[in-house]
Design a protein around this ligand. Structure first.
Ligand code: ARG
Length: 459
């Protein structure tokens, strides 16, 4: 049989394979609520403009609510023959209210309809991402505040560099996620233009009121070019970019948690709630959540790449290729939200092992830079010379099998005669971190003021 929606010029129905490749109902049913919201706003506008009667609009609007309640109750029967959520909803509306259902699609096309529905869906996800990021930032601030003065090793090349504080390290992630938050807010503001009323591609001859539907659906304004309105998927790519960059940040933190929770590091203990055991090795407590968060970037960035490639060669305006946008975005959104929620839980539950951090902070000649800086200040040495003297002292300590503070003054003076007892005051990790008072530095007071600044920004 030919199609109820567009069967007028068709004699035969589609091949089964045609139906299989064409149908999107299997996934776009996730936009049912958005589709019904959009249609209700469209029906009201059509009536307000005198394009359909108030009675028909009211019948349509009520009927759509019935459809929604069937969908929410799980009693709605989706049909692949009806292709997508838009035609499934309309067909059911027809069964419920009869003739007026056929008037709903006046001055509209599935092209502007799907763009509107998808934007509404993505917009909700931006809002969810904002909430998740705010919560994760809050969890990191709690960790940062508790450990504002807990020394730990700072690394470059994963080799001991200089002591930093636990709070400072946590706050580095707050900065990253803060940029993610601002990207989400930018993208959400940029996408908030309503495609509805662009119709198939050229606009419509009906006297529609696009401002009214835009306003009813919470958009800032109608999109200004009908061709662009139905062919634009930038908002979905913006979403995937936001998700990708955030996932990259989450992956770096996850990687650190994997390393830090190992028996070799013991910097953190993850909670039982966010760890798993081994079926053979009884001692194991594995950071599976962190590992999976680390891996999520793969599928999220994959979705980003996939949609970019789908879009890159499409002539204006709509092409069916664009139906491939949704599964990528749905999957990326689900996994982004899951990764943020799991990281949120891990961060709130984890315990930093203060003693292990402190012990590690002092190993690896981590205060060598402090020693060189002392030579500059106390002995008025050019930094390059001070670097050389310190290098010799590190070599000496390495040979003696001790740390820098364990060298005697006499030993140090064999490298440079002017060194005095005062040098020992800069060789402890606490002195080292306390001295890094430059703006944005690791000194506990700097960290505390950054925590306070972020709390203010987020309040
Ligand atoms: N299922 C389609 C999609 O997701 C809806 C738009 C169909 N438009 C069309 N001209 N065939 O993109």
């Amino acid at each position: 049989s030919s199609n109820a929606m567009w069967g007028g010029r068709f004699a035969a129905g589609p091949d089964a394979i045609m139906e299989a490749i064409n149908a999107s109902i299997g996934f776009d049913k996730r936009m049912a609520r958005q589709d019904i919201d959009g249609s209700r706003a469209h029906a009201s506008m059509l009536a307000a403009q005198g394009i359909i009667t108030d009675t028909d609009a009211e019948t349509i609007r009520e009927g759509l609510l019935t459809v929604l309640s069937e969908i929410e109750a799980g009693t709605f029967e989706y049909s692949a023959a009806l292709e997508d959520i838009h035609m499934n909803v309309e067909a059911r509306l027809k069964e419920i209210v009869g003739e007026p259902a056929g008037r709903l699609h006046t001055a509209r096309s599935r092209n502007d309809q799907v763009a509107t529905d998808f934007k509404l869906w993505v917009r909700d996800q931006f809002d969810a991402a904002e909430g998740a990021l705010l919560s994760l930032i809050d969890g990191l601030l709690i960790q940062a505040e508790a450990g504002a003065d807990w020394a730990m090793p700072g690394f470059t090349h994963l080799q001991t560099a200089q002591p930093v504080t636990w709070g400072h390290h946590m706050m580095a992630y707050v900065e990253m996620l803060g940029r993610d938050l601002s990207r989400v807010r930018d993208a959400r503001a940029r996408m908030n233009e309503c495609p509805l009323g662009a119709a198939a591609l050229a606009g419509t001859s009906f006297p529609i009121d696009r401002d009214a539907t835009a306003k009813a659906l919470g958009f800032d304004r109608p999109s200004a070019n009908s061709l662009d309105a139905v062919s634009d998927r930038d908002f979905a790519l913006d979403f995937l970019n936001c998700a990708s960059i955030t996932a990259m940040h989450l992956s770096r933190l996850a990687e650190e948690l994997v390393i830090w929770s190992s028996a070799q590091f013991r910097f953190v203990t993850l909670s039982d709630r966010f760890s798993t055991g081994s079926s053979i090795m009884p001692q194991k407590k594995n950071p599976d959540a962190a590992e999976l968060i680390r891996a999520k970037i793969g599928r999220i960035f994959g979705a980003n790449t996939a949609l970019m490639i789908v879009m890159k060669g499409l002539p204006l305006a709509y092409s069916k290729d664009m139906q491939e946008d949704k599964e990528q975005v749905f999957d990326a959104a689900d996994n982004w939200m899951l990764a943020m929620a799991a990281m949120d839980g891990m961060v709130r539950d984890m315990t930093a092992n203060r003693e292990s951090l402190a012990a590690a902070a002092g190993s690896g000649f981590s205060t060598a830079t402090d020693l060189a800086d002392w030579c500059v200040r106390a002995l008025n040495m050019p930094f390059r010379d001070a670097h050389h003297v310190t290098g010799s002292l590190v070599a000496m300590a390495e040979k003696e099998g001790c740390d820098l503070p364990d060298l005697t003054l006499a030993q140090m003076q064999t490298v440079h005669g002017a060194i005095t007892e005062d040098v020992f005051s800069v060789l402890t990790v606490d002195a080292s971190v306390a001295s890094r008072t430059s703006y944005g530095g690791t000194a506990p007071d700097q960290v505390r003021s950054q925590v306070a600044r972020w709390r203010e920004v987020l309040a």
